[in-house]
Structure formats: C-alpha cells, structure tokens
Design a protein around this ligand. Sequence first.
Ligand SMILES: [Zn+2]
Length: 138
Amino acid sequence: MEERPFSDISYRLYLDEDKFMGSKCRKCGQLYVPPRHFCLECRSEDMEWYEMKGEGELAAYTCISIGPAFMIEEGYDRKNPYCTGVVTLAEGPRIVARIEGVDASDPEAIKIGTPMTVEFLHRGEGEKAKTFLAFRPS
Ligand SMILES: [Zn+2]
C-alpha cells in the first residue's frame, strides 16, 4: 500500500476513498484509529496502515437537535435531529462517528450493543466536499 504519513489529513483522504484506515504498530500490534505516527504502548515509530473491517457495536450515543452550522446546513434541526455515537470496533478501538439509520427523534428505541457497519457520507461539492465517518445498524 502507498505510504501516506500517519496523520489526520491522510485519514480524511482515505475516508474520501471510502476506506476506513487506522495505523498498526509493527512491534506490538496495537491499533490506532484515527491513525497515530507512533505507538503509545511501546513508543515505536514503526507503524503500518491497517484497513479496518468497518464493523462494531454501538457503545454510546447522543441525539442532537441543535447542532453546529454545518449540520443545520444539511437540514438537521429540532424537528429533524441527528445522532452521534461511539462505536466499539471489531478490532477493539472505539471511535466517535455519525450514527445513521436510527430514529433520532426516538432515542429510547436505540439500543446499546446494536451491531453496526461503517458508511461513508459524502457531503458538499468541489472545495467544500467532505466525507464523514458514519455507522448504521448492520
Ligand atoms: Zn507498539
């Protein structure tokens, strides 16, 4: 695989390509998502890119009715809330992501432990184009 630096910029470039990538320590095997350029466990800088399976379980969530400006631009508001959450990935690490495919106006119905699959949300055009990491119930 091509060697992009282990940075947030690279992480976002991969998301644009529908790839969910972390970094893995070649010495001790520890995984980091978003990627880190050195290992917090063993201090090694010998890292490699690792493509995550994109599967996990919902560990926590919040439904938001008054979000930041870019979410309001997407049409989310008090009448149309959205969800963000924490997903425990099959490989172990946890990640914060948008939660799609759930009824954010009925948070009580959303269940911790629901199996989730990664989804890449491409929003905006041209220079404003951005990809958001999301998960939805499998
Ligand atoms: Zn390590």
